[in-house]
Design a protein around this ligand. Sequence first.
Ligand code: KIV
Length: 249
Amino acid sequence: MLTAEDIRALKGTGRKVSMITAYDFAFAQMAEAAGVDQILVGDSLANTMLGYKSTREIGMNEMQIFVAAVCRGAPNTHVVADMPYLSDKDPQTAYDNAKRFIDLGAASVKLEGTPEGVIEYLRSKDIPVCAHLGLLPQTAENFKQKGKTEEEARAIEEAAKFVDSLGCFETVLEHIPEELGKKITSEVNCVTIGIGGGKFTDGHVLVMHDALGMHPRKLPPFATKFVDMYSLGVEGMRKYVESVRNESP
Ligand code: KIV
């Protein structure tokens, strides 16, 4: 299993880092068998697995069930546990919740933005932290690209340097212009993981349900569908239904 330090050491080597979300035992097994570097148990499971509109709909109770399942399915892969909305609202709450994830087998935690004092406190307790900048789904008013204006780009760049200085081993950069992704990647020591961050980041993350085509919905502009599992699944179940109906008494 790659540790946070192993991942950070890949910076500048030209070896890109792969991360994909997974939320349960079976798909975690699949991700590990595919050789993915990191599995993110993203709070996007609120949307992909539970059908909620917002990631704000879930909390630590749900997340712990999914993190534990993924750790059981992928015992040899670095699992990043996503801190759900308000679970990191202050340093002590964030530490208590992050510790729950680490005790379940997660190798690191991810959190959105720079909640005051939280990253510093987690790092002081030796919790490996993956930051998340750019589009922040837990608090975003819309899902448009961030960092298009000079002011917004500068704020994201400064936040990236800040989380880097606090000792985050990596940061997700979501839905920002390619040039900004490139600039930040060249300026920080931590690994940058893009999702809609252009081709110059140190690695990439995709939501598994987008990558595998698990839903018949339109994908975000930066996602790629590598297989159409929704159609394969419907086809398989249709065959099953037919086989039951055709069974002779
Ligand atoms: O929850 C999630 O899946 C994420 C990714 C979009 C990076 O945070």
